[in-house]
Write a protein that binds this ligand. Structure first.
Ligand code: APR
Length: 235
């Protein structure tokens, strides 16, 4: 892998599946019983804030019961050892990459353990129950927090940094994402446009599978550690 300097990795729900976090579109997916429009749009939050807060409170509580798996750990090892540029962009709102130790990490769809205050506009670490209408940790105003999650119809975080990294990368790797949600689903095309090699690792072919130079099908917990060993062999 001597010709590779700069890497961008995109992860989705599949990377956390083996930790016990439900994927979005799997048979036991989170949207079962909840339509996207009822829990993951700004309109839903205006219409029924209690339902939305409880939905994310449940997911935030669940985080305390799960652990990073071999895929998160291998990606953290790659981050530690890789001397070139590296950016791990995750669509996941869990904190499993963080807990595994990844540093060069961007949560493009926000984080469950963060609260966005609609009164003072400050985002603060938060790991409790938002439906209980706690005060903002920053401005102390009550009942003004919303989950710091990028909902459908909202701009993902860090797009400028991501687009810059995609334009500079020699290798783009997508792991555990169905490729159903843009703009993340389009990163493979952007990376290819700038000349990167592209690799996907997923349980089954994603919607944009044909855009990748190479696809490896299987569980992230097995595929990712093998790939990381492979790429670090020459470092
Ligand atoms: N290893 C690898 N891939 C897996 C595994 C596994 N153990 N288990 C499931 N997968 C794959 C599934 O086959 C599927 O293609 O992970 C993918 C998960 O897809 P989605 O559930 O659609 O999740 P994701 O692509 O992250 O969703 C993107 O959609 O609803 C929004 O904002 C939400 O960030 C989310 C975005």
């Amino acid at each position: 892998m001597k010709d590779i300097q700069n890497i961008v990795i995109l992860t989705g729900a599949g990377v956390s599946a083996e930790s016990g976090v439900a994927t979005f579109r799997g048979p036991d997916g989170l949207w079962e019983g909840h339509r996207v429009e009822d829990v993951a749009t700004p309109e839903a939050f205006v219409r029924d804030p209690d339902l939305v807060q409880k939905f994310y409170d449940e997911r935030r509580a669940k985080l305390k019961t799960v652990q990073p798996n071999a895929a998160h750990q291998a990606l953290a090892k790659l981050d530690e050892k890789w001397l070139g540029d590296l950016l791990l962009v995750t669509q996941n709102v869990d904190d499993l990459h963080d807990r595994a130790g990844s540093q060069r990490l961007l949560h493009m769809h926000g984080e469950l353990n963060s609260a966005w205050c609609l009164a003072c506009d400050v985002r603060s670490p938060f790991d409790e129950v938002m439906a209980a209408a706690p005060a903002c940790p920053h401005c102390h105003q009550p009942s003004c927090l919303r989950p710091d999650i990028v909902w459908f119809g909202e701009m993902p975080y860090g797009m400028e940094r991501i687009e810059h990294a995609l334009a500079q990368c020699d290798l783009f790797v997508s792991i555990g994402t169905s490729g159903a949600v843009y703009p993340a689903a389009g990163f493979v095309q952007t990376a290819r446009h700038y000349g990167a090699r592209t690799l996907e690792m997923n349980l089954d072919p994603s919607e944009g599978s044909f855009h990748f130079h190479e696809s490896r099908m299987g569980k992230a917990g097995a595929l990712v550690p093998d790939w990381v060993e492979e790429i670090l062999r020459d470092v």
